[in-house]
Design a protein around this ligand. Structure first.
Ligand SMILES: [Zn+2]
Length: 135
């Protein structure tokens, strides 16, 4: 965090469920709120999901598909949410951080949450609802 506030571009990973939880995790790690607020420029939350096999997703004889060995899936793709931290985010983080307030503000920005992004992949036929529920 100190390197980040001195102008270095720092990438880090956290194992959390979404972008709001990433901020909460940093605060739980006793990083002072002003430092989280100053240092963050963006957050990406992502998961890999298996893609439906294009050769057999529309037919019933999946068991004999040589492309996916009958699994129904072939390859993976990313589902994600991403935000650029702006001045309002910084204020929300610096004072008593509330996930609800953070998420409400993101909704006002037409931010697409991870879950919605994943469900859009289902409606596009890229992956299945079961796969989304799994990850
Ligand atoms: Zn297949």
């Amino acid at each position: 965090m100190r390197a980040a506030i001195t102008g270095h571009l720092v990438f880090s990973t956290l194992h959390t469920s979404d972008i709001a939880s990433s901020i909460l995790r940093l605060l739980d790690m006793k990083v002072p709120p002003y430092l989280v607020s100053d240092a963050l420029v963006g957050i990406i939350s992502q998961r890999l999901v298996r893609k439906l096999c294009v050769h057999c997703k529309d037919i019933g004889s999946r068991n004999e598909c040589p492309y996916c060995n009958g699994t129904g899936y072939s390859g993976r793709t990313v589902t994600y949410e991403a935000i650029k931290i702006d001045e309002k985010h910084k204020k929300i983080i610096a004072r008593n951080f509330s996930i609800d307030e953070f998420n409400k503000y993101n909704t006002s920005l037409n931010h697409m949450p991870l879950k919605e992004n994943a469900l859009s992949l289902v409606s596009l036929g890229v992956t299945s609802l079961n796969e989304v529920k799994k990850v």
